[in-house]
Design a protein around this ligand. Structure first.
Ligand SMILES: [Zn+2]
Length: 342
């Protein structure tokens, strides 16, 4: 595998060149070719990853000629010539978040990700490089070998069958041939998008820190202070290096909790798994997970606030409802909401 990744950055604002230079300084394995859209030649400038400003029509090139299309239009052209390479679009606007994080139009659209410019400035040297490398890992996977595809997630062996059932139908026979442009539905970018926007985004196989904490019966801050105990549950598969936040395998969290209970608790105290952490770690009352609605201990899941979808809280099943309007995916947790009393 070629460790050096080439990024083609297409941008009408030459002030951003200094950001590109800074990223290369911080990430020596990333080479960035920075181009005004008028200078970009689709067959000549081939990269491992493309980064496009969406508003490409604002600033003229050195010959005072403006580009007359958006980044999204250019993305469509690049997609045809380079169907197996990721295209990231950036904007200076705020990217809308869904219930479980970024659920932008990227999930269905022409690009693989829509990002805010300031996140490129903050940690572009990490995620642009690692994402590019991870897309290359998918491209290098044996096309018809579904197990190799699933193995990119580094699952435990008992989990592979369920992941296979959860992956989209079009991928069940492996990745489509890269030359088969008509069938780009099942190509490497499609799989990459599913991993990033579904598998890692929706709770089910892996959990973020709030879900993980609730799953093992602790407040989130307490879980994070004890995360060393659960380090074997860390998600370290594809697209884990580019993330700001850790994820944990749900099944592994439970396994570790049961193992600790077996080691540390007398058998008569092993009836309710939700009380295990409290007993094993001698948690104070204030450290035990509590339902945001009724205030009682041992909420079993996490739901979002119906009036503010970005707020999520641990809740009991009987204190929350399944959101039938959201797409509830098989093999993933149901999407639930709660409402604070008036
Ligand atoms: Zn409750």
């Amino acid at each position: 595998m070629n460790l050096k990744q080439k990024l083609i950055w297409i941008d009408d604002d030459k002030d951003h060149q200094k950001d590109a230079t800074l990223i290369m300084k911080k990430q020596e394995h990333l080479e960035i070719i920075f181009l005004h859209p008028n200078k970009f030649k689709i067959t000549e400038h081939c990269g491992h990853i493309y980064l496009l400003d969406d508003r490409l029509f604002q600033k003229e090139d050195e010959d005072q000629i403006a580009f007359d299309k958006r980044g999204l239009n250019l993305a469509a052209d690049i997609r045809i010539d380079h169907p197996e390479f990721p295209i990231y679009l950036f904007t200076t606007d705020k990217v809308p978040k869904g219930v479980f994080g970024v659920l932008s139009q990227a999930s269905e659209g022409l690009t693989d990700s829509i990002i805010e410019f300031k996140s490129i400035q903050r940690n572009g040297h990490i995620f642009l490089y690692h994402d590019s490398l991870d897309y290359e890992r998918i491209r290098n996977t044996e096309r018809k070998n579904v197990e190799a595809m699933v193995n990119l997630l580094h699952p435990q062996s008992f989990e592979k069958d369920e992941i296979f059932l959860a992956i989209p139908q079009v991928l069940k026979n492996g990745l489509s041939d890269p030359s088969d442009i008509e069938n780009s539905q099942g190509n490497t970018n499609f799989y990459g998008k599913w991993i990033r926007n579904v598998f890692l985004q929706f709770p089910g196989f892996v959990y973020d820190s709030l879900f993980s904490a609730t799953c093992v019966g602790m407040m989130e801050s307490v879980f994070l202070s004890k995360k060393g105990e659960f380090k074997d549950a860390h998600y370290n598969g594809i697209f884990s290096n580019s993330r700001d936040n850790c994820l944990w395998w749900k099944s592994q969290l439970k396994r570790i909790l049961y193992r600790l209970a077996n080691d540390k608790l007398p058998i008569e105290e092993r009836d309710n798994p939700y009380t295990f952490s409290e007993k094993i770690f001698h948690l104070k009352d204030s450290e035990v997970s509590r339902c945001a609605l009724c205030g009682e201990k041992y909420p079993k899941t996490v739901a979002y606030n119906k009036d503010d979808e970005e707020e999520r809280q641990p809740v009991h099943f009987h204190c929350s409802e399944v959101d039938e309007k959201k797409e509830n995916r098989l093999y993933f947790d149901e999407i639930r909401f709660f409402e604070y009393p008036e």
